[in-house]
Write a protein that binds this ligand. Structure first.
Ligand SMILES: NC(=O)c1ccc[n+]([C@@H]2O[C@H](COP(=O)([O-])OP(=O)(O)OC[C@H]3O[C@@H](n4cnc5c(N)ncnc54)[C@H](OP(=O)(O)O)[C@@H]3O)[C@@H](O)[C@H]2O)c1
Length: 240
């Protein structure tokens, strides 16, 4: 049987790498990062690498074009790549605001747009947008980041509804997941005093692991999750 093909953006580190490792044997993957050098481990030759700096509009356009041209047999997309620049909105440089808007929100929108025609023709496909707990509850010093993550929640729900308006019988699913505080490079730089404050608000009494998120994603992309659609799933140790 031909393996299903899944794109994972931001697959070089953190959640994306854990998801790639978890899906690697069952699926053929298109692994994305800003550049090829970001991948440091060995990669099974059955997988593909497709890189782009998603903060650059020209690179995003070229990436979507290649995706459509070279991978029109795609089954799934994990829109996982993301960036954060934590500071007060008052002091946030516009350059960083644009980067977060482009990588975290515009890129997932354009990637959904690029693959959806094919998904509608095939009447099957899965998209998982990696949002965040702060997309629901907000967070001081992450104003723009939180706004991009809230945007992904609305993108997910709206696109799932749009698919149902365009296609009567289909098995296309559009989902988002909202991780809480997961140990990766992104959370590494948070000062210890801040981490201790966050920890007090987590009923599980610990931070999450990238492998735990990967396990959830593996379930959601599989046919076992065939009736889960148009919704957001939390994985946050109970913080919400
Ligand atoms: N960690 C958490 O606690 C947490 C919680 C909630 C949500 N999330 C979300 O989960 C996703 C993954 O987070 P993470 O913690 O795994 O982050 P991470 O360890 O910092 O990894 C980020 C990934 O995104 C890629 N990336 C960064 N800038 C990019 C750009 N300009 N263009 C294209 N790709 C870019 C990186 O590629 P390079 O290696 O090439 O830089 C890397 O693969 C993000 O969307 C994040 O917002 C994380």
């Amino acid at each position: 049987m031909v393996e299903r093909k899944i794109l994972i953006t931001g697959a070089s580190r953190g959640l994306g790498l854990a998801i790639a490792n978890r899906l690697s044997t069952e699926y053929t993957l298109i692994l994305h990062a800003t550049r090829e050098e970001s991948f440091t481990g060995t990669i099974d030759p059955k997988h593909h690498i497709l890189c782009a700096d998603l903060s650059d509009p020209a690179e995003l356009t070229a990436f979507c074009k290649r995706l459509k041209k070279e991978h029109n047999d795609l089954f799934g997309v994990i829109n996982n790549a993301g960036v954060t620049f934590d500071t007060s909105l008052v002091y946030q440089p516009e350059r960083d605001i644009d980067k977060m808007l482009h990588v975290n929100l515009k890129a997932p929108i354009m990637i959904c747009k690029a693959v959806m025609k094919q998904f509608l023709l095939n009447k099957t496909g899965v998209i998982i947008n990696v949002s965040s707990v702060v997309g629901e509850i907000g967070n001081a010093f992450q104003v723009v980041y939180s706004a991009t993550k809230a945007g992904l929640l609305a993108l997910t729900k709206s696109l799932a509804r749009e698919v149902s308006a365009l296609s009567e019988e289909h098995s296309i699913r559009v989902l988002s997941i909202a991780p809480g505080f997961i140990e990766t490079d992104m959370t590494d730089g948070i000062p210890e005093s801040e981490k201790q404050k966050v920890l007090k608000a987590i009923p599980a009494n610990r931070f999450g692991k990238a492998d735990e998120v990967a396990e959830m994603v593996a379930f959601l992309v599989s046919d076992k999750a065939s009736y889960i659609n148009g919704t957001n799933l939390n994985i946050n140790g109970g913080i919400l």
